[in-house]
Design a protein around this ligand. Sequence first.
Ligand SMILES: *Cc1c(COP(=O)(O)O)cnc(C)c1O
Length: 366
Amino acid sequence: MNNHITVLEIDGKALEHNLYYFKQKLQPTTKVLAVVKAFSYGSDDVLVAKFLANKIDYFAVAYAHEGIALREANIQKPILVLHPQIANLQSVIDYCLEPNLYSFEIFNAFLHLAKENSLRAYPIHLKFNTGLNRLGFLPSGIPKILDEISKNQHVKIQSLFSHLAASEDLNEREFTNKQIESFKNIAKQFENHLSYKPILHISNTSGVINYPEAQFDMVRIGIGLYGFGNDDFETSQLKNTHNLVSIISQIHEIKAGDSVGYNRAFVSKTPIKSATIPIGHADGISRGLGNKKGFVTINHQKAPIIGNVCMDMIMVDVTNIDCKAGDKAIIFDHQKTIQEFADVSGTITYEILTGISHRVQKVLKE
Ligand SMILES: *Cc1c(COP(=O)(O)O)cnc(C)c1O
């Protein structure tokens, strides 16, 4: 591996640890769907999917092209496309992806294509809106869906699902329980009319943690695989999977009164030493982390980012750190740092992870 560059090291052992942490919370028969959308939360969907393929039951991505990339990398597991979009339904079929159908518009479009392609019992997933108000049929659509499905040989309902709006927030327990109840009612109506039993699923990571009674037949785990639970305790039980590391490109001696970086945002009062690191906002280091809000770690010491974050680089204060060009600079290798970056940037850990850009090279260490 080239260690003269910025690289995101995906920790395979940590992924596996996190997967088994959630598995031990599940009934032995509950299936696991690994959510690998958005490049597996800012890492590398192909590397992660290959690593997890024989350890889980299902994959999910958001968009069709994400599923196509997995198929082109020879991933054979079933792949649920959460937001397939009508324009991409033919590619969904061509690549053996399984669409989420969430409205009559897309449902009818898919049934039409299924017939045109002479499909037989093609797996489709129906999503119901139980309160998130994002994507999903309303329960009032069930009779019409059943009517269409009962006379249709081209598709089969592989799963019925919904998504919780606030599973991480225990103050919303009443609302969440209502969502779960409403989902059970929906499932019952289908079970009364179908000769087979679709897979039922509603929980994401925090659903698994807070609502173990709502596992149904499968759970959809995203952020948990990548090391984050919904509170400090759960996160402490998980291992960090995204390790973002770089290197010092150059050291500068800065005299008192000299400035560092664009807009001269940092002007030194005293003589200091700065280090330039080849990672910038185009790589996912938010500009909000500039001006000492963020830091990197060099030789076990914190080096604050000084001045503005540039597109391709940051400069950090290494006055009191024994270091030279070529030394390793850790951007983050622990959930605590990722959480801190999220806090000071006014966002959530999901966005810090998914913000790691395509430009950063990725490797998976098993
Ligand atoms: C992204 C997503 C998930 C994964 O959620 P996490 O909180 O990351 O576990 C599950 N289900 C749906 C429908 C999603 O869009």
